[in-house]
Design a protein. Structure first.
Length: 295
């Protein structure tokens, strides 16, 4: 029993207890999970999961401009990313409203343009190492300011979702009805986009632009196989995000692997397990009709 306890301590607790960078990485992952996973649930219910992926790429040119001006400055890259993300969201929406292009095509066009500009901007000044840092993040290199940014984003997101909860739920069910009976429809829509950009920019600092959306989409997708009502979806997605982030962080530490991709891999594994074994997954959904026939 003592040997088992020592093994668990060395695997799960000791890295965080001994090293400050692991403590900051854990705090950042926990804050990001608490805010990004609920956002992913609303993205999924609004059928906007790919929009989150597009917006994650859309923030890159702004972050790259901040990098060109001030190097790896948290403030400059954050402000640049927020501005770029909001510009992509607004521009794609205006094009979709005033042209024959559908919103998904317009958004895909703008995000591809943004991604290419961002990569070119980073390449102008930096090296391939800097480009990898921007694209894939460095969770283990989070400083105190980055952790505070992630914590502040999580707090603002939870408060924002609490304020916008009812109109967001109604918009998921019937956006046309919400527009007809309430003035909250544009507030909910654009407020949600702002919160999404904030979370993607915060996730960009920890996981990089290519991985930030993983912590938003994968826990929500996994939760769909465990719950049906929205309250349980939000709680389940948050729990899955926390478990996947912590597991990925510890696994990357012990295996000496890149942290961001390992966290997303763990979240993807949890999603696949949920797909197979969840109450609404493949196995139980096939067993349920047979149970009814026997009854």
């Amino acid at each position: 029993m003592t040997a088992l306890f020592d093994l668990l301590w060395a695997a799960l607790v000791q890295p965080v207890a001994e090293f400050g960078f692991m403590q900051r990485a854990l705090a950042g992952c926990l804050a990001l999970s608490v805010s990004a996973a609920p956002m992913g649930v609303f993205l999924m219910l609004r059928r906007m999961s790919l929009t989150g992926d597009a917006m994650a790429h859309g923030i890159l040119p702004g972050a790259a401009l901040g990098y060109l001006v001030a190097g790896l400055s948290l403030g400059a890259m954050t402000v640049g990313g927020i501005v770029a993300g909001l510009l992509v969201a607004v521009a794609s929406g205006l094009v979709a409203r005033h042209s024959i292009l559908r919103e998904d095509t317009s958004l895909a066009s703008f995000y591809l343009l943004s991604l290419s500009i961002g990569v070119l901007l980073v390449s102008l000044k930096g090296s391939s190492v800097d480009l990898l840092h921007v694209l894939f993040g460095t969770v283990l290199a989070l400083n105190n300011d980055a952790v505070l940014l992630l914590g502040g984003t999580a707090t603002l997101t939870l408060v924002g979702l609490a304020v916008l909860y009812r109109p967001l739920v109604l918009e998921c069910l019937d956006p046309g009805f919400l527009r007809s009976v309430s003035r909250w429809s544009p507030v909910a829509h654009y407020g949600f986009l702002v919160l999404m950009v904030l979370n993607l920019v915060a996730g960009f600092h920890a996981l990089g632009t290519l991985m930030a959306v993983g912590l938003m989409v994968l826990p929500a997708a996994a939760a769909r196989f465990w719950a049906r009502d929205i309250t349980r979806l939000l709680l389940t997605a948050t729990a899955i995000g926390l478990v996947g982030a912590v597991a990925g962080l510890l696994l990357s530490y012990h295996a000496d692997l890149p942290t961001g991709p390992v966290i997303v891999m763990c979240l993807g594994t949890l999603m696949l397990l949920s797909l197979a074994l969840g109450p609404f997954g493949l196995v139980f959904s096939r067993l349920q009709p047979a149970t009814h026939r026997r009854a």
